[in-house]
Design a protein around this ligand. Sequence first.
Ligand SMILES: O=C1O[C@H](COP(=O)(O)O)[C@@H](O)[C@H](O)[C@H]1O
Length: 298
Amino acid sequence: MSYLSHSSSTAASWMNAISTDVVFALVGVAATIMIRHIVRRKNQKSKVNVLKFHSEEAVAIALAKYIADQSVKFIKENGSFSVVLSGGTLIDTLRKLLEPPYIGSIDWSKWLIFFLDERVVPLNHPDSNYKLALDGFLSKVPIPKSNIYAINDKLSPEDAADDYENRIKHLVSKSKLKRSGNSEFANFDLMLLGMGPDGHVASLFCWHFQRFEKTRWVTFIKDSPKPPSRRITFTFPLINAASEIAMVVTGEDAADAVKIALSKTTNSSCFPLPVEKVSPVGTLTWFLDKEATFGLSC
Ligand SMILES: O=C1O[C@H](COP(=O)(O)O)[C@@H](O)[C@H](O)[C@H]1O
């Protein structure tokens, strides 16, 4: 009995010692995994391609082929192709998709369209990115209307951002959009980004806190330095959860920001430029014309 009670108390103290050791070991392993994960996220480097073309027309031709190839690839993989559009000059640069062979060969019925940023104005207002995309591109291709996700233009910027974020989350919960492997953010197949001469992308500007947002998917700005002032915008965590990002930049106005972003020169007034924060989990491909690369050494 005494042996039993001795051995059972020894066993108990062993168990205590073992369980304390096991707990410490497990905590250690968990901490190591977390630190490795954080370091990996911090060091995560996108695959970057820089494509330079002699003219804007050559950019438009190459961009159409690239998008058509991505469409085939993602439709084969997922049965759909989620595309996020910017406003600005990008829409005109999509014009070659409206011509043969692409207009007839792309499976437009599988495309899902979203807006990277939007001005909080009625959807038929000349400043609306939706109207720009509709007039210049979407009305000319057979993408089902129900696959085009415009913002709710009846809401305030705050509510429109919440509403757009919730609608994207809902599509993820219904498996209409994928979730990004490393995070809870939606994983869009392709984002088509433009860049302003000041290095802004989407409606994420220098000197404006929205560019530092870490948790929201979509946020709002009411004092955009570029008019109109009231906008909503994808945040960098959502942008960088994309599989493919095409950064489409043409014209000499953009050359300074392109030089800063690609030659990694520091910019004393705003460092880093918003465009330098674009770093998707997949591939970033720059499409540049001659004017936009003015000042780059190679
Ligand atoms: O205001 C905006 O500007 C950027 C850049 O436009 P761009 O005319 O210089 O190409 C655009 O990407 C964004 O969607 C738009 O809202």
